[in-house]
Design a protein around this ligand. Sequence first.
Ligand code: PNS
Length: 165
Amino acid sequence: MRVAVYPGSFDPITYGHLDILKRGAAIFDKVIVAVLINSAKQPLFSVDERKQMIEESIKQANYKVPIEVDSFEGLLVDYLRNKDIHVILRGLRAISDFEYELQVASINRKLAKDVETIFLMTNNMHSFISSGSVKEIAKYGGDVTDLVPPHVVTALKEKSAIITP
Ligand code: PNS
């Protein structure tokens, strides 16, 4: 069974992430979306909120293979090792992503020689979307309906008390 872990902050999940997930699900027999628990960062959404938004997106998308949602803390390669999984799935939006992704993939390979990182190119339609820009737009009351699913738009509005400038 070919299983891949799709790791990220997903704060919040966007149509760009969902595009990668959809195409990953067409290649692998199972994909685990793994939300990073990073105590050093100040995310807008809690890990549980992020997981719920991902679960809801998965329910709506109706994938043909199982998609699991999980969270992890610490090194990604340790998470993979514990689950005996050998593939990391990541999306590349533009050349600007490449340097960072190359660095992370190289570190992960150094830490775990039996782990491969597979990159999928984000659909051009979504290549400009990032969770950061979604939060920025929502913060200033801009329209994010083309960038994230409706339930994420609602969640962003519910957070408006926190993110309103
Ligand atoms: O969505 P993001 O923030 O670009 O995802 C980054 C992520 C979660 C893939 C990366 O930060 C990660 O794997 N962090 C876990 C810590 C780790 O394994 N670090 C070693 C590689 S630098």
